[in-house]
Design a binder for this molecule. Structure first.
Ligand SMILES: [Zn+2]
Length: 56
């Protein structure tokens, strides 16, 4: 059981799926399941930032 915890199953910051240590894609302090999710999260963050900026 402890072995599973040590494998550090992180959640993908984009789709919230669990990312295994072997498959993790680490960018800017967060884990993603692949490059695709990383790009998706980056676009979403950029869109939210633009929205927040235009709302002010
Ligand atoms: Zn993902």
């Amino acid at each position: 059981m402890a072995e599973v915890d040590k494998e550090a199953l992180k959640s993908c910051a984009a789709c919230k799926k669990q990312v295994t240590k072997a498959k993790r894609y680490y960018r800017n302090g967060r884990y993603y399941c692949n490059e695709n999710c990383w790009r998706k999260a980056k676009q979403k963050a950029a869109a939210e930032a633009a929205e927040a900026a235009s709302a002010e």
